[in-house]
Structure formats: C-alpha cells, structure tokens
Design a protein around this ligand. Structure first.
Ligand code: 3HC
Ligand code: NAI
Length: 715
C-alpha cells in the first residue's frame, strides 16, 4: 500500500491512518487507498471494527484545492468522492472516524460517512467550501442535515464557519469527545460498538423536519446570505442543496448537489476565491528571505502616539497577549487615548464580542506612559504620531537613544519615506514600516514597508508577527502611499472626475457598491475625512505634473469646511447617527464649479463609472508591480481585499482584470487616455501583457524569484 494511507492492527481493531502532509487533503490516490483499506478490513476475519485517523497535525482538511483548477481547465478528469463514501457506509464492519485538528469540507464529508465519529474536544469541523465559491460536493449538504438538523446544516454550509467538536457533540455530529490520547480512546470506543448496529447517515431522516418548519429556515438563510455575503453565488447554492435534502431522496439530493457544485466550480467567483486562498499563503513567501531566517523576539512592545491609530494598534498587541507601553506627549492626550480604548472595549463587551474578563486582562496589558524611561526593555516600537517628517525624525532619534540594540523600530506612516526616517537613527537596519489600516483593531491588512536597509530579520519577524496579531502581512516597497494608498489615489480621483463630468454623487457610490465594494469611493472619503487627502495634496502640490488634469471638487468642499462625517457634511449630509442623505447643495455646487471650469456635462452609465474607477486601480497597480514596489500581482489583490473592501469573489483588482481580459482592459485604458489625457497613460506592463495575450497571474508565475528580486532591488 502507498504511503498516503497506512493500515495497522491493534488486536481486533484496524487503524487506517491517512498521511498526506501537510493537511491530509484528499489528493488523487488518497481516496483510492482508503477504498482499498476498507476492503482489507472487511476481508480480515480477525478484525471487528476500523478506526480512520489523520497522521500529523490534523484529520482530513478537505479535497485537494489545487485539483479544482486542473479540473476546470480540463487538465485533470472530474473526480468525486461520492462512491468512496457509499463504500465506507456500506462496509460490513463498523468504521469509527477519529478527528483531531480540522475535518473540513471533504474531510467532514468523509467523517460523516463513518458509522461513528469521535473527536478531540478542540478539533474543528466545518463545511467551509463557500469561502472557495463552491458548495460541499460529496454529499455534505445531504448528510449534515441528517445528523445536526436542517437549521444548523444550512448555517454551516451557507456561512462556512467551523464548529468546535465540543459544540458539535450535543448537535449529534460527534458521538464521543475524547480527552487525552485520541487513538487509544477511538480504539476503546470501536471495541464498545463493534457488535452494535451500524447506523448509516444517509438512511437517517429523523432530523429532516417538516416542509412547514423548514420554509422559515430557508427563507431566513437566504435573507442573511443576501445581506452578509452580498453578491456571492455559493451561499445561495448551498442553501438550495440543503433544501434538496429535505425534499428529495438521498440519491436525488446528491444529484441536485452535484449539479449545483459543478455550476459553482466552473464560475468566475470560485476561480477568484481559490486564487485568494492560495494568494493569502503566497504573500508570506519572500524570495530573498528564507523560511529559516532568524526571528527576533517580540515579547514586550511600545506604541508612540495614542491617537486614532496608536490606540487601535495598542489594542491589537494587547489582544494578542503582548504587554504594551502607550506613550503620548502629555496627560490630557494620554487620557483621551486611553478613554477611547476603554470605550472601544466596552462596546465590544456590549456587542458580545469579548467578555468583561477578557477586556480587563487586555486593559491590564496596556500601560500608559509619558516618558521613554521604560523603552529600554521593549523588543519593538510602533510609532504613530502625527504625519510629518520632522516630527517622525525627532521621535526616531529619541527611540534610537531609548531602545536597546536588537529592538525593531517601526513607523505607521501612511506616506513618508521609511529610508529618510531610518536615517535619523544609528541603526537603519532596525527601521521598517508597519502600516496598519483604520480601525487598526478591526482591519486585517498590515502593509510591511521594506526600507533599503531594513534587515531580513526585521522583515521576517514582522511578517511572522502579523499572523500572531491576526493580521495578514504583505511586504511592500517604499514609495509614496506604498501600494494600497498609491492605487487609491487614482481610484478616488476618477470618482471625483465622474461627478465633475455630470454623474450624481449617489450614482458613483452605488455603481461601485453594486460592483461589490464594501462602500462607494465618495462615502469612503467622508468616513476617513476629506481633509486628510486635502492636506496631503497641499503638501505635495509641488510634485503635481503640469498639464495633468486634477480634480477640484473635494478641495472646494474642504474649503467650505465640509470634511465628511466628522463635520456632519461632506459629499453627503449626516444626521446625529451618522446616517447619510443626499445633499442637493453639493449637487448644485459641483454643477456650478464644473460650468465655471468649462467641463461638459453628460449622462454617465454605471458601467463607465465602474470601468473608470476600477481600471484606474489596475493601471496604477501594473506600474507598482513593474517598478517592484509589490512583489506579485497577487500581493496587490490581497492588499485590496483586506484593506479596501474589494469583493473577494472578484479576486482583487489584478485578478479581476485578468478575468475581464487584459486586452479589453488595455483597450479601455487607451480610450480613457485619449479622452481624459495623461493621467490615463497606460502602464507599460499592462500594454506588454495585453499585447502578448497574457495575464497578471502568468506574469507572477513566469518571472520567478530571480525576476522578483531584480525588480525589488531596483525599487
Ligand atoms: N488542499 C490543498 N492544499 C491545502 C489545503 C487543501 N484543502 N488546505 C491547506 N493546504 C495547503 C496550504 O496551501 C498550505 O500550503 P503551503 O505551505 O504550500 O503554502 C499548507 O497546506 C498549510 O496550510 P495553512 O498555511 O493554511 O496551514 P494552517 O495550519 O494555518 O491551516 C487549515 C490549516 C485550517 C486546514 C487551512 O489550510 C484551511 O482552512 N484549508 C482549507 C480547508 C478547506 O477549505 N477545505 C475544503 C476544501 S473543498 C472540499 O473539500 C470540497 C469537497 O466538498 C468535495
Ligand atoms: P492622531 O492625530 O489621531 O494621533 C496622533 C497622536 O500622536 C496624538 O495623540 C498626539 O498627541 C501624539 N503625538 C504627537 N507627537 C507625539 C510625540 N512626540 N510623542 C508621543 N505622541 C505624540 O493621528 P492618527 O490618525 O492616529 O495617525 C498617526 C499616524 O498613523 C500618522 O503617521 C498617519 O499618517 C498614520 N495612519 C493614519 C491612518 C488613519 O486612518 N488615521 C491610517 C494609517 C496610518
């Protein structure tokens, strides 16, 4: 027998061990070996029962996701686990599934085909397929409701959230929780049930409910999916498949599931979400920073500046159990900062996200300070003072004096040059950017900015730390705005141009909301504060290239004191609950300003709004990629999904462009270039790839580590 699956005997119990590291996915070969092992068990008269268990850190984490792309491209034949699962269920000897780690997707489907399931209390079970844009494809939508009931099955299949084995036991999914050694507990359990009836999940119907009861469950699930998973097809398909379980025989239900699964698998959404799954893992791989790069300890940290970002960053560290000093200039500023942190935590307790006990422990980890005295003990500092080079340099000079050698000195700057900040210290190798997104304790993205001299150890440590903090770290180069904000500039520029050319404010936001973005660009401006960009534009006005059209509407709104939500007026008008409403005054002002500037007013379609804004992102993304400030196109995608509310089911701006076809995107960019001038000059990389009939994904694959290094070193 092949290595994937081993069979051994513990007296009268056979142990079938699935061993396909790292996560025991059901890659080609594994299902076949399990089938053969079941046959071997049935042929051996000395065996009374079998235990199926995973080697290493987990039970089976699902089908092999790498196979899906091969199936849809035709490179591999379509495979299904359904016959194997029937074979297990029809075994003449009872099969006990012993679960630790994760039984996800095909892994849970495999487990449900066993006659019994035992698990470590901390194991997790789930049908997370919707996160990949698909639904369970091996009877999961048919067996799960038979074990846990319709309501829970719908929730698990449509939302994809895992459930702890300890919580799954009372639901009927796990027959016994095993504390201590799982294999010996599973063996003892197998002996207990060896002569008992062998329940087949597919034959059970007692939890399938009545049509009357189920109607309300399905309609509530559909409402929730439309709201919480807006624009996604898979959750609705998952609900439909579970509904089939309640209306059809098991066999017909599996057939319905198969059709829905196939539709989803071949959809653009699924391809995009699979790209995201692998992309989130890819961004952690930095070509010149090997996996075994020594990491620096980060056991105690300090944050300088207790404002919007500093306070949030202190909470991020505290939430991860890391003690943090929080420094500000004077007691009132510090009291204000700590007050906001307390209020933030109190609202988390109120919403049931944290317990009071958890919050008390976290608050205890944050020590407010007014001096650098205790900084000599910390392993890392994150600076989050006002945005200004002179101030940042003086703070870093102070940190250089106050901190021990070996500490990481990080800046949360959103625009300033990390090399220049590093030059204010005697140890630029310790200086790096850690660009959190607002609100820092909520947003998952962390851009890690590599200065020319940042050490590999500091980079590797920050990448690793991001995981511990519950963030996704993406390494970016040191250019103005880094990756995310540099692209956001042209995106928001186009939104303003569109209004100046005649589009309604609401129409611009609605088009991008309907595209799938969490918020429209103008409403986002109001939320972040229009004055922030206005001040930055004033500071960098000297860098504007003459002859290139600049938007004026936001500058003018700011001159009128309309900064957005903070002043109750911006692009929209806000009430005391921050609810937005259309402001006719803005429409009238913009029309007047546009007439004065001689801008022709016209009807603008939602499709043009989306193309203008999204292709502005793509064009700038292509420049960033070619200049080496992003390692890969997929890094840009992960940044946009986790920091800017881009819809995951479109895979990120660069993947979206690949899906539309780079030739089509390039054509449109050329049209905009002709109509709107130099701001739309096509990025050379976009042109090259489009003309060669290639994609950004192919660019990522083809250039390899050497190409990446060459580009990053020249950045
Ligand atoms: N298929 C292929 N590769 C997988 C995989 C899978 N199902 N699950 C994980 N991997 C790979 C990862 O890509 C990664 O590879 P790398 O080291 O080369 O980057 C490696 O395994 C380790 O994964 P993680 O870094 O994610 O390890 P963690 O310990 O952080 O997480 C996990 C482990 C919780 C299992 C997580 O990997 C996960 O959630 N995996 C996906 C589970 C899933 O979605 N299963 C359903 C698949 S679809 C299915 O089963 C369809 C069925 O209904 C027919
Ligand atoms: P903020 O104005 O809310 O807070 C700045 C804090 O720094 C204030 O509490 C101030 O008293 C304090 N401070 C000033 N000088 C100090 C010093 N010498 N020592 C200690 N504390 C000092 O500013 P915000 O928004 O938190 O921004 C901080 C940094 O984060 C900036 O570099 C900004 O560009 C960046 N950033 C901001 C984002 C945002 O959305 N607000 C997003 C990402 C980065």
């Amino acid at each position: 027998m092949n290595d994937f699956v081993k069979i051994s005997k513990d007296n009268d119990v056979a142990v079938i061990t699935i061993d396909n590291p790292p996560v025991n996915a059901l890659s080609p070969g594994v299902p076949e070996r399990i089938w053969a092992a079941i046959d071997e068990v049935n042929a051996d008269h000395a065996i009374r029962a079998a235990v199926v268990i995973g080697a290493g850190r987990t039970f089976v984490a699902g089908a092999d996701i790498k196979e899906f792309g091969k199936m849809t491209s035709g490179a591999s034949p379509r495979r299904t686990l359904l016959p194997l699962l029937l074979h297990i269920e029809d075994s003449g000897k009872p099969v006990v599934m012993a679960i630790h780690g994760t039984a996800f997707g095909g892994g849970l489907e495999l487990a449900m085909a066993g006659h019994y399931r035992v698990a470590a209390p901390t194991a997790q079970v789930g049908q997370p397929e919707v996160k990949l844009g698909i639904i369970p494809g091996a009877g999961g939508t048919q067996r799960l409701p038979r074990l846990v009931g319709v309501a829970k099955a719908v929730e698990m299949c449509a939302e994809g959230k895992p459930v702890l084995a300890r919580d799954a036991a009372p639901l009927g999914l796990i027959d016994r929780l095993i504390e201590g050694d799982l294999l010996s507990g599973a063996g003892a359990f197998a002996r207990e049930i060896a002569d008992k009836p062998m329940p087949k999940t597919r034959e059970r119907t007692e939890k399938l409910g009545t049509i009357a009861d189920n109607g309300a469950i399905f309609s509530a699930a559909r409402d929730a999916a439309h709201k919480k998973q807006r624009g996604m097809k898979a959750p609705l398909a998952a609900i439909e498949a579970v509904e089939a379980a309640t209306r059809l025989s098991f066999e017909a239900g599996c057939e319905a599931e198969r059709e829905l699964f196939t539709d989803c698998l071949f959809s653009d959404q699924s391809k995009a979400l699979i790209h995201v799954f692998f992309g989130e893992r890819e961004v952690g791989k930095i070509p010149d920073i090997p996996k075994d790069t020594p990491l620096m300890p980060v056991n105690r940290v300090a944050v300088v500046g207790s404002g919007t970002m500093g306070g949030g960053i202190a909470m991020v560290f505290a939430n991860a159990g890391i003690p943090v000093l929080l420094k500000d200039v004077d007691q009132p500023a510090l009291d204000l900062g700590m007050g906001k942190i307390r209020k933030n935590y109190a609202s988390s307790v109120q919403r049931g996200r944290f317990t009071q006990e958890f919050v008390d422990e976290r608050l205890w980890l944050i020590t407010p300070v007014l001096t650098y005295d205790a900084f000599s003990d910390v392993d890392m500092v994150v600076e989050a003072v006002f945005e200004g080079m002179a101030l940042k340099k003086s703070v870093f000079a102070d940190l250089d004096r106050a901190c021990k050698r070996g500490a990481i000195l990080a800046s949360n700057t959103s625009t300033l040059n990390i090399d220049e900040i590093g030059a204010a210290t005697s140890r630029p190798e310790a200086v790096i950017g850690t660009h959190f997104f607002s609100p820092a304790n909520v947003m998952r993205l962390l851009e890690i900015v590599r200065g020319k001299k940042s050490s590999k150890e500091a980079i590797a440590t920050c990448m690793q730390l991001s995981r511990k903090l519950g963030k996704i770290g993406v390494l970016v180069g040191n250019c103005r705005g880094f990756v995310g904000n540099r692209m956001f500039g042209p995106y928001r520029r186009e939104a303003q141009f569109l209004v100046e050319e005649g589009a309604d404010v609401e129409a611009v936001d609605k088009a991008l909301f309907d595209f799938g973005n969490a918020m429209g660009p103008l409403a986002t401006g109001d939320l972040a504060g229009l004055d922030v960009g206005w001040r930055i534009r004033q500071e960098y006005r000297h860098l504007e290239k003459p002859g290139i059209r600049q938007p004026f509407a936001e500058n003018r709104l700011c001159e009128l004191g309309r900064y957005g939500q903070k002043t109750m007026k911006g692009w929209y008008r806000y009430d005391e609950n921050r609810r937005a409403s259309t402001d006719p005054e803005v429409a009238a002002l913009v029309r007047k300003w546009s007439a004065e500037a001689g801008i022709l007013q016209r009807q603008i379609s939602a499709a043009e709004i989306v193309d203008r804004c999204i292709y502005a992102l793509v064009n700038e993304g292509a420049r960033i990629l070619e200049e080496g400030y992003a390692l890969r196109a997929v890094d840009i995608d992960i940044i946009y999904l986790n920091g800017y509310g881009f819809p995951a089911y479109r895979g990120g701006p660069m993947w979206h462009a690949d899906t539309v076809g780079l030739h089509n995107v390039y054509q449109r960019v050329c049209e905009f270039h002709q109509l709107h001038g130099e701001a739309w000059a096509p990025a050379p990389l976009l042109k090259r790839l489009a003309e060669a009939g290639k994609t950004f994904a192919e660019f990522d694959k083809e250039q390899g580590a050497a190409g990446l290094l060459e580009r990053t070193n020249s950045a």
